[in-house]
Ligand binder design. Structure first.
Ligand code: SF4
Length: 424
C-alpha cells in the first residue's frame, strides 16, 4: 500500500499517518500539507476521512505513533502514552474499558479507531495443558493503487508450565521457505502478518488465560512463517513486547528462530533491542541440509555460521541451534561430531528435538541414538539438551501448524525445527 503523499510503501514509513477530515496529511514523516484527492484516492490506513469509512487499527502502533496520532486527533500527546499503556500493559481492547481516559474521548476513539485483536476461530486443548488457537485475521479491500490484504488464518500455541507460560506465535500466514519436515511449508506463503497481528497473538493468549497466568512469559517466534522474511513488522511487534512501558517482557524471554536468512541475521545484529536468536540447523553437512532445507543452497552452512560468529562477536549473546533428529538421516555419531566442529568457537546451545513420526517421510530416532548424540556434544564441551514437543495431540508442535481443523486429537504428524519446546 502506498502513501498518497510520499509515494512510499506505508509499511516502511515510521511516522504516524493520519489525515483530518479537512484533508490535511498529518504524517509525522511529512510536512503537513493538504491531501490530494483525499476522498477519492487516499490510501492511508489511518485515514479518518468519514467518506472512506475507514477506522484506524491501533494494534501494533508504537508509543511514538500513538502520541503523534493523538496530537493529530486534537488531543494532548500524552493521551497517546495512556492508550499505549492501556493496550499493551493493561490489555484493554475496548475503549469503554479505558477508564483513565475521559468519556467523551473514549466515545470519539470508538468512532474513529479500533483495536483489532485476532479472532479465535477454534481452540484445541492438549492433555499437557497446551492450547492451540486457530485465528482468523481480517484483511482489507483494495483501494486506489493499494493492493488488497487477504484474510488469513494462522495459529498460536499457549504452553503453560509451573512458573511460566510460553507462547509460540506466527509471523507469516504459511511460509515460502519449504523445509521438508514442516507441514506449514505445504501451505506456501499466503501473506506477511502486520505488527498488530503479530503482537495481537501474544495479547490474545495472555488475555485468554488472565486468571491463571504464571509470573513469567516467554514468547517464541517459531510458529508459521520465517520471521526474518517479514522483518519490519516482526521487529515493530518485538519492540512493543520488550518495551518496559509496553508488554515489558525481558529480551532473554523472547526468542526469534530463523531457518538461516543471513541478511536478516546481519540486520538483527544491528538492532538496539533484540530478541534472542535461534537457528534452525537440523543437519551436519551442506549435502544433508540442502536436502531438507532448500534455503541452505542460498545460504550454505559456511556463510550461515560466519554470520552467527559475527552476530555473537558483536553482541556476546548465546545463540541457540535447533536440531531435529531424523532417524537414520542426521542422527549418527558422525553427525554429532560434525555438529561439534561446525559450532566450535561459538557461544552456542543445542536443542535436540526427536522427530515424531507422522505423515511426512521421516522416522523417529532411537532412544539410544538420541542419548549418544547428546553425550558426544556434551563430552566435547558443547551445551546440549533434548527437548520434546508440547501439544503433539492437538497438532501444536509448531511445524504441525498447517491450519489443521480437527476437533479430536490427531496423530503427531510432524514437528518443526523451529518450535520444539518451550525454552527452559
Ligand atoms: Fe517455514 Fe519454519 Fe516451516 Fe521452515 S520450519 S517451512 S521456515 S515455518
Amino acid at each position: 500500500m502506498t502513501c498518497a503523499m510520499s509515494g512510499k510503501d506505508i509499511g516502511t514509513m515510521s511516522g504516524a499517518m493520519t489525515c483530518d477530515p479537512q484533508g490535511t496529511c498529518w504524517c509525522a514523516e511529512l510536512p503537513r500539507a493538504p491531501m490530494p484527492a483525499q476522498s477519492a484516492g487516499c490510501l492511508c490506513p489511518a485515514c479518518l476521512c468519514q467518506d472512506l469509512g475507514v477506522t484506524l487499527d491501533l494494534l501494533g502502533k508504537s508509543a511514538a505513533e500513538l502520541r503523534a496520532w493523538m496530537a493529530a486527533f486534537g488531543e494532548p500527546a500524552y493521551r497517546g502514552a495512556q492508550l499505549y499503556h492501556a493496550i499493551y500493559a493493561a490489555r484493554r481492547f475496548d475503549f469503554t474499558a479505558m477508564t483513565d481516559l475521559p468519556a467523551p474521548l473514549r466515545a470519539r476513539l470508538a468512532a474513529a479507531a479500533r483495536i483489532a485483536i485476532p479472532e479465535i476461530s477454534r481452540r484445541y486443548h492438549s492433555a499437557d495443558g497446551s492450547v492451540r488457537y486457530l485465528l482468523s485475521l481480517a484483511g482489507s479491500p483494495a483501494g486506489g493503487s493499494g493492493a488488497a490484504i487477504p484474510t488469513a488464518r494462522v495459529e498460536t500455541v499457549f504452553m503453560p508450565s509451573e512458573n511460566r507460560q510460553t507462547i509460540c506465535i506466527s509471523t507469516q500466514a504459511g511460509c515460502a521457505v519449504d523445509c521438508k519436515f514442516c507441514l506449514t511449508a505445504q501451505l506456501g506463503l499466503i501473506r506477511n502478518l502486520t505488527a498488530g497481528e503479530i503482537v495481537g497473538q501474544v495479547l490474545l493468549a495472555l488475555e485468554d488465560h488472565r486468571d491463571s497466568l504464571a509470573p513469567r512469559t516467554n514468547v517464541v517466534l517459531m510458529g508459521q512463517g520465517e520471521p526474518l522474511l517479514n522483518f519490519d513488522p516482526v521487529m515493530a511487534a518485538v519492540r512493543i513486547m520488550l518495551d518496559p512501558n509496553g508488554m515489558a517482557l525481558a529480551p532473554r524471554h523472547v526468542t526469534l528462530s530463523t531457518s538461516g536468512i543471513v541478511p536478516g541475521i546481519e540486520r538483527l545484529s544491528r538492532e538496539k533491542v533484540r530478541p534472542k536468536l535461534a537457528i534452525s540447523l537440523n543437519a551436519s553437512s551442506d549435502e544433508q541440509r540442502d536436502a531438507i532445507m532448500p534455503i541452505n543452497r542460498k545460504y550454505p552452512l559456511k556463510v550461515l555460521l560466519e554470520a552467527c560468529r559475527e552476530y555473537e562477536r558483536g553482541n556476546r549473546e548465546f545463540i541457540t541451534f535447533e536440531y531435529v533428529l531424523l532417524g537414520g538421516l542426521n542422527d549418527t555419531p558422525e553427525d554429532a561430531r560434525r555438529v561439534v566442529r561446525l559450532l566450535s568457537g561459538l557461544r552456542a546451545k543445542v536443542n535436540l528435538i526427536p522427530w515424531n513420526p507422522g505423515e511426512l517421510p521421516f522416522r523417529a530416532p532411537d532412544a539410544s541414538s538420541i542419548e549418544e548424540f547428546r553425550r558426544i556434544l556434551v563430552d566435547k564441551g558443547q551445551l546440549a539438551f533434548v527437548r520434546y514437543s508440547r501439544g503433539q495431540d492437538i497438532a501444536a508442535a509448531c511445524g504441525q501448524l498447517a491450519l489443521i481443523e480437527t476437533p479430536a486429537p490427531i496423530s503427531a504428524a510432524s514437528i518443526s525445527a523451529k518450535a520444539p519446546a518451550p525454552p527452559a
